[in-house]
Design a protein around this ligand. Structure first.
Ligand code: ATP
Ligand code: MG
Ligand code: MG
Ligand code: MG
Length: 471
């Protein structure tokens, strides 16, 4: 089943259950300064859950574009290492605003998976929040899931691969206990059921999370009840596609295979299993959609998320031997795959290519030189990378820290992040001292200024902003 059919079946099913189909909102949340990028389908409905906004419907369904490359849900470091994580992905969701609750949410999900997508029930395992007897009973007695495949899970805050059955949008905002549905990809794959010590593997893959939104968490961490209990669900389209296309990894679905082939074409690589090709295929989606949604590479905020993603992809291209701009060319391939679902991508394709190409040209030369510095340092010490070198790479060669960390991880090198932070702090102190000195004496500014301009130039922002902000 192709992506387009998967999306359509989802929306049609929930429409038949009285849900209004709502378009994906942009990746930059419209009215939420606490959230950098949309990380789930519920973000555009946050105020409805909180009772601050109303809609002409109490049931909605959507296919939401999401990015998880920072903040509470950050999967940047997982890309290339797991079969199931992307920086950009599409979330299929259904929502109830004070309308139905646990019973219907669970029944709809089960019906859709087993009667519409025709997944074999015996391959599905579910988890419930440890204290949620109500959800447990619905699964066991009303749906008829055998008890050995219903697992109680608590809130494993912060554990990277541990299941967590208390969902939070972010540190503040709507949250609540959840129940999740996992698909067993088979005993030949490493991994164990959720809650087991082997759950870090990729055998049991979480496909759908049904959140029973009941609380709002404030900045002090206090939880207050929402005006009405709500439902917020999210299913990863790519993970469902993997199941329906009888492949294990998300990177084996049609859409990703075509992007991987395109990345192979541009880098001259033959091994389609290459981790770097997967990273590049993932990152072109995130980068292109962030640009479509109005973001340009810069040194802070949204723009820095975008820059980190692009530069990381370029470094993987460099690793594959491609030292010329290539990444921007993949935008056209992405458009072939996703343009019909997202006409805004087709409309802005030329602009997306231009922004990507500019960033590639900017980073190309410093990437090459930075890699030489890095290699020279690693030739001296192959096990540790000191903070000062990581900072030089960041400050002078435009290497975001996560890019350097990605190289270190590949090579089993320990990165001194504390040393990096220290070097950064010293730099700021020097800059502040220089500023004060100027105000006090109004002389001797040139030295400090040279320094400061160097810093700015290497983050490349002003020019890029000037290039694009006027249209
Ligand atoms: P995981 O435990 O695998 O990291 P999650 O529990 O963080 O997933 P949720 O926040 O519950 O994910 O999001 C709802 C659904 O969105 C998941 O069940 C999954 O299908 C999908 N999803 C989450 N993160 C990603 C990602 N990085 N890439 C692709 N799909 C994702
Ligand atoms: Mg996660
Ligand atoms: Mg999970
Ligand atoms: Mg989850």
């Amino acid at each position: 089943m192709k992506s387009s059919e998967i999306r359509e079946k989802f929306l049609k099913f929930f429409e038949s259950k009285g849900h209004t189909i709502v378009r994906s909102s942009p990746l930059v949340p419209g009215n939420d300064p606490t959230m950098l990028l949309t990380n789930s389908g519920m973000v555009q409905f946050k105020d409805v859950f909180l009772g601050l906004d109303t809609r002409p419907y109490s049931r909605a369904t959507s296919v939401q574009r999401c990015v998880r490359a920072g903040g509470k849900h950050n999967d940047l470091e997982n890309v290339g290492y797991t079969a199931r994580h992307h920086t950009f992905f599409e979330m299929l969701g259904n929502f109830s605003f004070g309308d139905y609750f646990k019973r219907d949410a669970i029944a709809y999900a089960w019906e859709l998976l087993t009667k519409v997508y025709m997944l074999p029930a015996e391959k599905l395992t579910v988890t419930v929040y440890q204290e949620d007897d109500e959800a447990y009973d619905i699964w066991a007695n009303e749906i008829g899931v055998p008890r050995e495949r219903i697992i109680r899970i608590g809130d494993n805050k912060g554990a990277r691969y541990a299941s967590d059955n208390f969902w939070q949008m972010a540190d503040t905002g709507p949250c609540g206990p959840c129940t999740e549905i996992f698909y067993d990809h088979g005993a030949e794959i490493y991994g164990g059921p959720p809650g087991s010590p082997e759950e870090d593997g990729d055998r049991f893959i979480e496909i759908w999370n049904l959140v029973f939104m009941q609380f709002n968490r404030d900045e002090a961490g206090n939880m207050t009840k929402l005006p009405k209990p709500c439902v917020d669900t999210g299913m990863g389209m790519e993970r469902l596609a993997a199941v329906l296309q009888h492949v294990h990894s998300n990177y084996e679905i049609d859409l990703f295979q075509n992007l991987i082939k395109a990345a192979a074409r541009e880098t001259g690589v033959e091994d389609l299993e290459s981790k770097s090709l997967r990273v590049i295929a993932d990152h072109i989606r995130a980068a292109a959609f962030l640009i479509v949604d109005g973001i340009i590479p810069s040194s802070e905020g949204h723009g820095y998320v975008l820059r980190r993603i692009i530069r990381r992809a370029l470094r993987h291209g460099h690793k594959l031997g491609q030292t010329k701009p290539f990444f921007y060319k993949l935008a056209a391939d992405l458009n072939t795959e996703m343009g019909s679902a997202y006409p805004e991508l087709t409309e802005k394709l030329a602009y997306v290519q231009q922004v990507l190409k500019t960033e590639e040209e900017r980073f190309g030369e410093t990437l090459e030189n930075g890699m030489k510095i890095l290699e020279a340092q690693l030739a001296k010490d192959a096990k540790n990378l000191d903070g000062a070198t990581a900072f030089t790479l960041y400050d002078t060669y435009g290497f975001p820290l996560d890019l350097t960390a990605d190289i270190c991880r590949e090579r089993g090198v320990t990165l001194d992040e504390a040393g990096f932070a220290e070097a950064m702090e010293n730099q700021k102190k020097t800059a502040r001292a220089a500023g004060k000195f100027k105000m006090a004496a109004n002389v001797e500014y040139s030295g400090a200024k040279t320094n400061f301009v160097g810093y700015e130039q290497l983050t490349f922002d002003s020019t890029v902003i000037a290039l694009y902000s006027n249209g």
